[in-house]
Design a protein around this ligand. Structure first.
Ligand SMILES: [Zn+2]
Length: 264
């Protein structure tokens, strides 16, 4: 190292003489500063040998860590806990409690709720969630459509949605209202009549029959959702809201969970 240090001083001197006139005032100052450093470095090398090389910081290998995931059962438990607090506050005449802490592992939404459009429900307050944590879809019935199915598919596949509640309500006006004679009115009427026949066949209340049937229709009509359910990544729970008690009954019994043939 010492010879190379001397060579460095020689190079600087050569540079000084080759650029005489423009650097003559600067180079002596640099040489004066560099020379003690170079000599000290040469002395250290002579005393201790070549300094050890610093280990290179190699880039960590890319690891495709699994995304966090909120299991359907955990999402359902979160919603049910919110319902208990909501019902307790309602019984005391209090306003809904503040949203609970967002459960870990949830995607963009903790859950989706498909509910009837004419239901006067504070859904996020009922389930104890912030509005942004609940994907709310309001549609008469609720009767699902291809567009709603597509939206839920996107949420399941791209935003890790793990739970959807299909929520009917016991005091639904649109189920008992006289249908208009327009094609739209007759379309709604035919869906209500099919649900009414199913309710009779299965000995269920009409709102429960609608929620259960729409759940089954969603599964039958959507291969991505059906696959997600089979893999345990998604669950659809039919439920009914009862206004007098401000409670939600989840239809989780074996009979109500039993898959049925599509009814159109
Ligand atoms: Zn309704």
């Amino acid at each position: 190292m010492l010879p190379s240090a001397t060579a460095r001083v020689g190079e600087l001197n050569d540079l000084k003489s080759s650029r005489a006139g423009c650097t003559v005032e600067v180079l002596p100052m640099r040489i004066t500063c560099l020379l003690p450093c170079l000599l000290f470095s040469a002395w250290l090398t002579a005393q201790h040998g070549t300094p050890p090389q610093q280990p290179k910081h190699e880039a960590a290998p890319l690891v495709h860590a699994p995304h966090p995931f909120l299991p359907p059962a955990a999402a359902l438990e979160c919603l049910r806990a919110g319902l208990v607090l909501y019902a307790a506050a309602s019984m005391k005449g209090q306003s809904p409690p503040p949203p609970s802490e967002r459960p870990g592992g949830a995607g963009r939404y903790v859950a989706a709720v498909v509910c009837c459009a004419d239901a006067d429900l504070d859904l996020s307050g009922m389930f104890g969630l912030a509005q942004k944590d609940l994907l709310v879809i309001r549609v008469p019935g609720p009767f699902l459509s291809l567009e709603i199915t597509a939206l839920l598919e996107q949420a399941v596949l791209r935003e890790r949605l793990s739970l959807c509640v299909v929520l009917s309500h016991a005091d639904c006006a649109c189920l008992s209202a006289e249908a208009t004679q327009s094609p739209a009115g007759q379309a709604l009427k035919s869906r209500i009549e099919a649900a009414r026949a199913l309710a009779t066949e299965r000995h269920l209340a009409l709102p429960a029959a609608i929620a259960g049937n729409e759940r089954d229709q969603l599964i039958w009509s959507s291969p991505p959702i059906s696959a997600a359910i089979k893999e345990g990544r998604f669950r659809i729970v039919p439920a009914t809201f009862f206004a007098p008690t401000k409670t939600v009954l989840m239809h989780l019994s074996r009979k109500e969970e039993m898959p049925i043939a599509p009814v159109k």
